[in-house]
Ligand binder design. Structure first.
Ligand code: ZN
Ligand code: ZN
Length: 143
């Protein structure tokens, strides 16, 4: 429970620091993304949060994600096709999508990312590496 309160407080502080009013919808969505590293789609978020927040609509989820992405608090990632997934911005990391079970795994390996601040005179602000294959769990299960 203690962790829950601190994540909630962190979400509230983050929103305030970025000039966003910490509405219940924004706080819940951000808190969820901070806690769950599952890269949900907007629909996944709606399904997960709606039972606890009766005032939440799909439109609210989309609008909130748009606001949070604009402030760089949340990142929209397209790992495959045109399906947008969302995550709390934790800095550069690799996404590995399993073609068998569909899960998306975060891999933190700073070695792979470019250390320079710019490349050929172009300022780097964001690096994204997306990999696909069979995850270790599926390989172990021999699927
Ligand atoms: Zn898998
Ligand atoms: Zn991620």
């Amino acid at each position: 429970m203690r962790e829950d309160i601190s994540t909630k407080q962190k979400a509230v502080d983050f929103l305030r620091e970025n000039g966003l009013q910490p509405s219940i919808h924004r706080v819940s969505i951000l808190q969820y993304l901070m806690k769950e590293k599952i890269h949900p789609t907007a629909d996944d978020l709606y399904r997960a949060l709606a039972p606890d927040i009766p005032t939440l609509s799909k439109a609210t989820v989309y609008n909130t994600l748009k606001h949070l992405s604009a402030k760089d608090i949340v990142k929209a990632i397209s790992i495959e096709g045109n399906e947008l997934r969302y995550e709390y911005n934790r800095g550069n990391h690799i996404h590995f999508k399993c073609r068998k079970c569909g899960r998306v795994i975060d891999i933190t390996d700073s070695e792979i990312f470019i250390k320079e601040k710019s490349i050929k005179g172009n300022l780097i602000q964001h690096q994204e590496i997306n990999l696909q294959g069979i995850c270790s769990r599926c390989l172990e299960n021999g699927e």
